[in-house]
Design a protein around this ligand. Structure first.
Ligand code: IVH
Length: 671
């Protein structure tokens, strides 16, 4: 009995913490404390398996692989929606409603149309009992074990809960996680996921739910379809509020509108937000807010008359493949790039798209001259998705046998990716490496664009990074000898080079361009290995102790420093004046902003956003790009917009740039 109570208390505590974190965006304990509670529960259940329950928080990691999915009938059919593309579609939708309903003053719930996969969840007595995909609308696949791994799906509802609840919503992968997932796949040489929708759908239908657990799926509810044991709310928007109380997380992009004008301004507003939303949308959904009015409007064929899917201009279009060029990237990867008949994709003209690698060219069975389908999604580079039709006169795409730039032999790395083995001897790799080295988040040499770099390379003024800082090579005279470089520009460039010498150790690590070492990893490396010699001496095991560094990245870092020239290169940079402040000797937890998350928004005056964020991080803060209830302070520059509004609505502290600078001064005095 005592064990059972202990188990129940642990479950409740963890559920409460999950709710705070995933639904309220707050956390009251550290990650370490949370992990400890979870481990305690895991070992209790390992010792007493009879205590384990399928909705216990330990079940989020996945169940043993299934042989296939069982088909289940939907008690309420899962319908699709009628689409609208232009203003007249919206007007006739509203007109039809006004003609049919007595009360003409209708309210409309307007919501983002998330681009994921539909899922129905059933709860009995507060417990999740089933998660079913849409299927053909009448019956779908039972994916309950996979659904249990989705952190934003409550496994138990928060009391007081109804006897029975069926809720529908969209399963999606947040764009940030999608990008991360593709980065991981690329670094393993595996096939990339075409878009977040396919990624979500593939992940939800994995037979091995521990695979689903590794994908950052999320769930966003958009309809309440069965409710027993408590009265139905009057409005759809109240249903959403009730679902929030029961433990479902809600985004903040839905609004209630009155009439066409308000709906249109919502649609324009949402479209403006589109590129900065954390998830992909393909439009908006407009629904009658009154549930009674919804019933009165009824259904036609397979779609309700009370809702309309407003579609934004398509992001997938067809065009002709004119040629395939091969680009050699910074780390030698050979990427086939499709040259296309220019075409408008969702408002942007596209004439190039990536084909990722030659295995992808084979998989798509492409030839030059074919008709292809291309897709552009958010910030993702346009991609060729499929062949639509064979061309009339086609030409085969030939896989290179050596580097097309320097003719060095190729290496086939991790299954699919072809790489040039030339390193810095390959002029394409050298140019890309230098572009990265001088870029904003690396050494930040203002005004040193690709054209000037190319000229410096052509004249053999630079071969390695350090040459940029060598006055024998780069000086007023050598710069002024370049075409279109006057005295003023040459002086500006020299002073930009000079000021870039004062940098941080993390920036320099990032600038080196070690494969798979991005900004975040570079920062972690700098914190853990305070100088070049210690980093160069680190072994794979000690590197893997750092968060987010797995065996592959650890191996890449060790390989990088196995080349003694690389350490010598850093030492030469230091000899030529590149320097950085030693990291504060204070342990991280003693730094003034430890444990706090700060966000910076708007135009700043005294420094760039990057510099300010770096300063905050050096004082122990984490910096984030969006405001949530977890944000400690929002620093507000000029013309701040939605982040400021959100911070105010969440009661997050806001500071002007001036407030922050004053506070920073006091910190420096005290140091
Ligand atoms: S309501 C009866 N609301 O769009 C009404 N659907 O084309 C049912 N979708 O399969 C749908 N966001 O998966 C609704 N806010 C939203 C939505 C949404 C995405 C998807 C849904 C459905 C498809 C309909």
């Amino acid at each position: 009995m005592k064990l059972k109570t202990q188990h129940q208390q642990l479950c409740e505590r963890i559920e409460q913490l999950n709710y705070q974190y995933y639904v309220l965006n707050q956390s009251s304990v550290s990650d370490a404390d949370y992990d400890q509670l979870l481990r305690q529960l895991q070992s209790l259940e390992a010792e007493y398996p009879e205590l384990r329950h399928e909705n216990s928080p330990t079940q989020r990691v996945g169940a043993p692989p299934a042989k296939g999915f069982v088909t289940r009938q939907h008690q309420v059919p899962m319908l699709s929606l009628d689409n609208g593309f232009e203003s007249e579609d919206l007007r006739s939708f509203v007109r039809r409603i006004q003609d049919k309903l007595v009360n003409h003053q209708q309210r409309y719930a307007c919501e983002p149309k998330m681009d994921g996969v539909a899922l129905s969840l059933i709860y009995e007595k507060g417990e999740l009992v089933a998660g079913i995909t849409r299927g053909d609308g009448l019956q779908g696949e039972d994916v309950t074990s996979n659904v249990r791994t989705i952190r934003t799906v409550p496994l138990r509802l928060r009391p007081p809960y109804p006897e029975l609840l069926e809720v529908r919503g969209e399963v999606y992968i947040p764009l940030q996680d999608f990008a991360k997932l593709n980065e991981q796949l690329a670094s393993r040489g595996e096939k990339l996921l075409a878009n977040p929708r396919n990624a979500a759908s593939g992940s939800l239908r994995q037979l091995d739910s521990s695979m689903t657990a590794k994908r950052s799926l999320s769930f966003s509810a958009y309809a309440l379809v069965q409710l027993e044991g408590e009265p139905w709310p009057e409005w759809h928007s109240d249903c959403m509020r009730r679902l929030h109380e029961l433990g479902f997380s809600m985004h903040s992009y839905s609004r209630v509108c009155h009439g066409v004008a308000e709906i249109e301004s919502y649609l324009a507003w949402l479209q403006k937000q589109r590129s900065s939303l954390p998830f992909e949308i393909d439009g908006a959904v407009i629904k009658l807010d009154s549930l009674e009015a919804q019933q009165q409007m009824g259904y036609v064929a397979r779609a309700p008359r009370f809702a309309l899917a407003w579609k934004y201009p398509g992001v997938e279009v067809e065009t002709e493949l004119l040629a395939v060029d091969v680009q050699v990237g910074r780390t030698g990867a050979l990427t086939p790039v499709a040259r296309l008949q220019p075409v408008n994709v969702g408002g942007v003209m596209v004439s190039n798209a990536t084909l990722h690698n030659f295995a992808e060219v084979k998989r798509l069975q492409l030839a030059i001259g074919d008709r292809v389908l291309i897709r552009r999604a958010g910030d993702v580079i346009p991609q060729v998705m499929a062949k639509v039709a064979d061309g009339v006169m086609t030409k085969a795409i030939v896989e290179p046998q050596s580097c097309p730039v320097c003719q060095s032999p190729l290496e086939q790395d991790e299954m699919v990716q072809l790489r040039c083995s030339g390193g810095m001897d390959c002029s394409a790799q050298r140019l890309e490496a230098l572009k990265h080295f001088v870029s904003r988040k690396a050494m930040d040499i203002d005004g040193l664009g690709v054209k000037v770099l190319q000229l410096l390379l052509d004249r053999s003024l630079i071969k390695q990074f350090a040459d940029l800082f060598d006055p024998q090579k780069i000086n007023l005279q050598s710069l002024m000898a370049l075409p279109r470089m006057g005295q003023k520009s040459a002086q500006n460039l020299l002073s930009a080079i000079e000021s870039s010498k004062s940098t941080t150790w993390a920036r320099l690590i990032y600038a080196l361009g070690i494969r798979d070492v991005g900004e975040v990893t570079a920062r972690q490396l700098a914190q853990n290995f305070p100088d070049p010699q210690t980093l160069a001496a680190a072994d794979e095991l000690s590197l893997q102790k750092i968060d987010d560094i797995g065996p592959i990245v650890a191996q890449r870092i060790v390989q990088y420093f196995a080349n003694l020239d690389h350490l010598a290169q850093i030492e030469r940079l230091q000899c030529l004046g590149v320097h950085w402040p030693l990291l504060s000797a204070k342990p991280v937890q003693d730094q003034p902003l430890a444990g706090q998350t700060w966000v910076v928004t708007g135009k700043l005056e005294a420094m760039t956003r990057d510099q300010l964020e770096q300063r905050l991080r050096s004082l122990g803060a984490k910096t984030a790009s969006s405001v949530s209830a977890k944000t400690h302070t929002l620093v507000v520059g000029k013309d701040a917009g939605s982040k400021l509004v959100k911070a105010q609505s969440l009661n997050v502290r806001t500071w002007s740039e001036q407030d922050l600078l004053q506070w920073l001064d006091t910190q420096e005095e005290g140091e």
